[in-house]
Design a protein around this ligand. Sequence first.
Ligand code: PGA
Length: 252
Amino acid sequence: MIKVIIADNSDLMSKKAAQIFAERIKAKPNVILGLATGGTPVKMYKELIRMHKQEGLDFSKVKTFNLDEYLGLAPTHDQSYRYFMNTNLFDHINIKKENTNVLNGLAKNADEECKRYEEMIKKAGGIDIQLLGIGGNGHIAFNEPGSAKNSRTRVVSLTERTIQDNARFFKDISEVPTKALSMGNGTILEAREIVLIADKTSKADAISKSIEGPQTVDVPASFLQSHSKCTFVVDKDAASKLLKKSYEYVNV
Ligand code: PGA
């Protein structure tokens, strides 16, 4: 069962999600976080930075694993997910850089890099709480429709829709990488807790299918229904196509 929290707007969605992560960090200072990139988590990361600066939220023992990285982009490329994480979060909190893990998009052997990443997650003891965004097509990380429930970290091809969705971050659509390294659905489902965030009406279809539709490879986020501790924190727009009215409303 997916727990759904509906916030009035995107700011409150971001605050609520940040609160959940802050609580887990306080409860377990050496918590292992799974982190995500994209437009959606930016305000949540800003709130975590504020909590660090104003309230002393301590990241000194926290370890992180990111979901994915573009194949072929250097960590210094301004659209790489390593660069995104540094500039949107890591550079502004007291996390040790060596405790932050992002797949290497320039690895000579990408398959080996994916294997290494899986082993690192295992060695660290597994992910305590995983943050997810969702694609308009229902993807989680870069597990596009058709990705098996038990898929592992691997090289994946991006769909045309995802390439178009992500083109806004690049000068030209032709610059958007067509391949990525991504944790698999199976890797994600092994996290002990999962929090998915979404805002905007462009996500409403994917949100309703994930929560209220059947579990299917056509909508990888629907596999989250089988997780024992998964919460969706969404704004009213992203929730606008949900049929059931029994979800928790929140005013943070
Ligand atoms: P977005 O991407 O946060 O930029 O909308 C989410 C995703 O594709 O997983």
